[in-house]
Design a protein around this ligand. Structure first.
Ligand code: SAM
Ligand code: SF4
Ligand code: F3S
Length: 473
């Protein structure tokens, strides 16, 4: 699924941003936690579960790590660079710990799961190491760590979905929210560490998902993104065994909450997305016409080595089918350059696939070998770094042309924008997104976050549409 930064394509895409919670008003009788998240949206959603567990336990939240009694860093292992970023951040927390020896530092998430106790040996200042399925045990682990012991819980679960925990929305814009619908992944793509750090795939109780979305809508939220590593394999059977809920059915249930609640979802695995899902998107105006459909490579030979279980032709047929059923659907992708044994010819296949698909958005990376994965065990990481980077640059350059063309196609069009907040550049402008996930900036006038505004597009950059609201009589 896409990492949190959508408009930056570097040689290695930024892994996520620091994420500070709620407010800075410390209450005198409480201990306070500070949490920072890296990686994919699932990690950001998990931090909101962690915040809920800690607040139930009596902690308050602070946005200033220097004021915290407990610093948590929710980590990502997807590429080596993600881990390097975390280690750098930990050296900064080490300085704070020197000033305040009572301060506890905890590492959560995928890197905690990957490194387990080794983390405590490698990073002496860390007091807690907690894997993604162990957040309920945080209070006990904190108590243990307060006695000076190091605490670790990295047990993965077959059924934990945190279904009954109401996430505390951190740093929220009050309009858009992530809702986790499943955890783990069974796919075993050979390059990927996620099945090892997140465990077996499991779906969350459908009723609890709908309830969470209803609560969000009642609180004024106007968009939910249903999250999972592979949402199309969502499958829930209720306790009586009577109700079986597929992903399409789940989307329908959420879409029916209100026509004013937009529904997004991420990520779709090309092998699993069905016509049922596509027709459901088409049927409901409030389900966004936007699909993140990562291809990873344009070469069938490389796709086979990646264990993606589809070929180039199969993927292209899927893109055709999406465009046939939902002609204006935005499509985005993830691609990796320089996977083991990738030849110049394989790379040209990725280029030509990109030419065919003309993605609206693309998250592009060069291959980073991850210890323990199938690829690390079976294949040699034999494409030199400079070749990986050169191929990546070629894909990025092509993608930039396509993304600008995608924006230019909207010039003169009228689009519906859900306002998320002020634009980055000016208090006098608002920013929001179209159903196709394009960012639109326009003059504020009488509008506010959470409003749906009809905007005529008259300018664009490669990342932003710029327009004027159409005022209703
Ligand atoms: N579940 C999603 C899917 O199947 O497409 C993707 C999840 S992963 C968190 C996000 C992206 O990171 C992947 O789609 C892939 O492009 C990239 N990625 C994963 N492992 C990688 C690796 N070892 N090196 C470089 N990029 C990697
Ligand atoms: Fe990783 Fe593949 Fe699962 Fe996505 S589907 S999380 S790339 S193993
Ligand atoms: Fe996400 Fe990174 Fe883990 S992308 S699932 S936080 S390895």
């Amino acid at each position: 699924m896409p990492e949190m930064v959508s408009d930056k394509i570097h040689d290695e895409q930024k892994q996520g941003t620091a994420y500070a919670p709620v407010s800075n008003n410390l209450s005198p009788n409480k201990k306070h936690f500070y949490i920072e998240s890296y990686g994919c949206a699932m990690n950001f959603a998990d931090s909101e579960v962690v915040a809920s567990v800690l607040m139930d336990y009596g902690f308050g939240a602070t946005a200033d790590c220097a004021l915290a009694d407990l610093i948590l860093i929710n980590t990502c292992s997807i590429r080596e660079k993600a881990e390097t970023t975390v280690r750098k951040r930990l050296t900064e927390f080490r300085k704070l710990k020197r000033l305040n020896p009572g301060l506890l530092v905890g590492v959560l998430g995928c890197m905690a799961e990957r490194l387990k106790e080794k983390f405590l040996e490698e990073e002496k200042l860390v007091d807690l190491v907690v894997g993604p399925d162990a957040y309920r045990s945080l209070p006990g682990l904190i108590e243990e760590a307060e006695t000076g012991m190091k605490s670790v819980n990295v047990l993965l679960s077959r059924d934990e979905t945190y279904a009954d925990i109401a996430p505390v929305r951190l740093n929220s814009n009050g309009v858009t929210a992530f809702v986790s619908i499943m955890r783990g992944c069974n796919n075993m793509c050979s390059f990927c560490v996620v099945p090892f750090t997140r465990g077996r795939e499991r779906s969350r109780n459908a009723a609890s998902i709908v309830q969470e979305c209803e609560n969000l809508f009642a609180q004024g939220y106007r968009e939910v993104t249903l999250l999972g590593q592979n949402v199309d394999s969502y499958h829930w059977v209720d306790e009586t065994g009577h109700e079986i809920v597929s992903f399409a059915m789940l989307m329908e249930k959420v879409a029916k909450i209100s026509p004013l609640l937009r529904v997004r979802f991420s990520t779709s695995h090309p092998k699993d997305i069905t016509d049922e899902v596509l027709f459901t998107i088409k049927q409901y105006k409030n389900i966004c016409n936007y699909i993140h459909l990562p291809v990873q490579s344009g070469s069938s030979r490389v796709l086979q080595m990646m264990n993606r279980t589809y070929s180039r032709e199969w993927y292209l047929a899927k893109v055709d089918r999406i465009r046939e059923i939902i002609p204006d659907c935005g499509i985005s992708t993830d691609m990796i350059t320089g996977f083991c044994s990738e030849t110049e010819e394989d790379h040209q296949q990725s280029i030509s696939l990109m030419e065919y698909c003309r993605y609206d958005l693309a998250y592009l990376y060069f291959y980073s070998e991850r210890p323990g994965t199938l690829a690390a065990r079976r294949f040699e990481d034999d494409v030199p770094l400079e070749v990986k980077k050169r191929r990546l640059k070629e894909l990025v350059d092509l993608y930039r042309i396509h993304s600008l063309q995608s924006m230019e196609r909207d010039l003169g069009k009228t689009v519906e924008v859900l306002v998320e907040g002020s634009s980055k550049k000016s208090e006098h402008e608002l920013s929001g997104r179209t159903g196709q996930n394009k960012v639109v900036v326009f003059p504020k006038m009488q509008f506010k976050p959470g409003d749906y505004v009809t905007v005529i597009i008259d300018k664009c950059t490669a990342g932003t549409l710029i327009g004027i609201p159409v005022l209703q009589p």
